[in-house]
Design a binder for this molecule. Structure first.
Ligand SMILES: NC(=O)c1ccc[n+]([C@@H]2O[C@H](COP(=O)([O-])OP(=O)(O)OC[C@H]3O[C@@H](n4cnc5c(N)ncnc54)[C@H](O)[C@@H]3O)[C@@H](O)[C@H]2O)c1
Length: 352
């Protein structure tokens, strides 16, 4: 497979490295910042430029990775598919569920592969947990809990990440979507039927007063905009009767050490498990020989970006979805995000 990359930022560079690690050629890199595109392309002996059309017109490319700000996901993926390219589209799939509907329709019309970059499915713990669930070791899983707490992690304050018109939201649509996708994946892709949530903007919006400790996509631009959430919480009920409890923070005042910074937990009627998002092991609870026992399963390290790229290349070759998120699955995440923002705005639960 020969790949084009749209967006030579943080994630574009990771996709390029992942591609070559699994034998996929990087043929062209485009970024609206031509120097940035040239710098990344130079590492891979690829062509570069600042016009996305050069990707669509390059007949040597089979597929495109799209890693640009969220507001460009829908229009760029539509153009790529209509130009006959298969697409690995970064998360979130789009800004809203109706935008996802347009992408689903276009993928069907054009017959293109559209995979959404929910990479936590490919981590050692994400794929390990899926294996445990699918083997039936937990019995029926009735509840998932997922949290991720950054203390002062608002990215690119004043830039596209914190400008709702470009990002669609803050911590929830940036990081919360990973937790939602992983929860849906592990629960077997149920459909959300009720959502009660809140989203708060307490830190970034203070701009100069925000005392930050780390800032990816920085430095801050104090003349820019911050109008997005930095903490969100929700309880999601699914058609299966299962529930998912979510908390996600770019920034919050939870003292360090209170709970793990991240955790995904599954409660089943025969067993349970928990893990940290970038951990190397699962903790398991089950009945063994008539006793309740906890155990630890340490997993071999993997590179989730490479596994995701290999899965995408296989989907392109076989025209069959692999482990990666399909457009319909990407929309499920987005419908929950939309409902959390609606529930927040109306201060009441939302039924779907
Ligand atoms: N899967 C993950 O774990 C993960 C991690 C990081 C980012 N992401 C996603 O990847 C996307 C990009 O994030 P990032 O951290 O790389 O951002 P970034 O700001 O580092 O890079 C974005 C790049 O896109 C370029 N760009 C902006 N608008 C463009 C346009 N219209 N056409 C072409 N190029 C354009 C910018 O010049 C920049 O180089 C986001 O959607 C983000 O949610 C996913």
């Amino acid at each position: 497979m020969r790949l084009g990359i749209l967006g030579a930022g943080a994630i574009g560079a990771k996709h390029a490295a992942a591609a070559v690690s699994v034998g996929v050629d990087v043929g062209r890199v485009v970024d609206r910042d031509a120097d940035r595109a040239a710098a990344l392309a130079g590492d891979y002996d690829a062509a570069s430029g600042s016009d996305a059309k050069s990707l669509w017109d390059d007949s040597s490319l089979d597929a495109i990775v799209i890693g640009v700000p969220n507001c460009f996901h829908r229009p760029m993926a539509l153009e790529a598919m209509r130009a006959g390219k298969d697409v690995l589209l970064e998360k979130p799939m789009a800004l809203t569920a109706p935008e996802c509907d347009e992408l689903i329709a276009a993928a069907e019309e054009t017959g293109r592969v559209l995979q959404i970059g929910y990479t936590h499915r490919f981590t050692a713990v994400g794929s390990g947990a899926k294996g445990v669930v699918d083997a039936g070791e937990l019995g029926a899983v009735y509840h998932a809990k997922a949290h991720l707490y950054l203390r002062r992690g608002v990215p690119g304050l004043g830039g596209w990440f914190t400008t709702k018109a470009m990002s669609g939201g803050g911590a929830l649509i940036d990081l919360g979507v990973h937790l939602l996708d992983l929860g849906l994946h592990l629960l077997g892709q149920p459909t959300a039927v009720a959502v009660s949530g809140k989203a708060y903007a307490k830190f970034g919006v203070t701009m100069q007063e925000y005392l930050y400790e780390l800032m990816w996509a920085g430095p801050p631009n104090y003349d820019g905009v911050c109008d997005v959430d930095d903490y969100a919480t929700a309880l999601v009920t699914f058609d299966s009767g299962a529930t998912l409890d979510l908390q996600v923070a770019w920034a919050c005042n939870l003292p360090v050490g209170t709970v793990p910074d991240s955790m995904v937990a599954l409660l089943g009627d025969r067993g349970g498990l928990s893990f940290e998002l970038f951990g190397d092991h699962l903790l398991l609870r089950s009945q063994i020989a008539g006793r309740n026992a906890d155990s630890k399963l340490t997993l071999p390290a993997v590179d989730q970006m490479s596994l995701q790229m290999a899965d995408f290349a296989e989907a392109v070759a076989s025209r069959t979805p692999g482990v990666g998120a399909t457009p319909v699955e990407g929309r499920k995440v987005q419908a929950i995000v939309d409902a959390i923002y609606k529930s927040d705005k109306t201060n009441s639960p939302v039924t779907l």
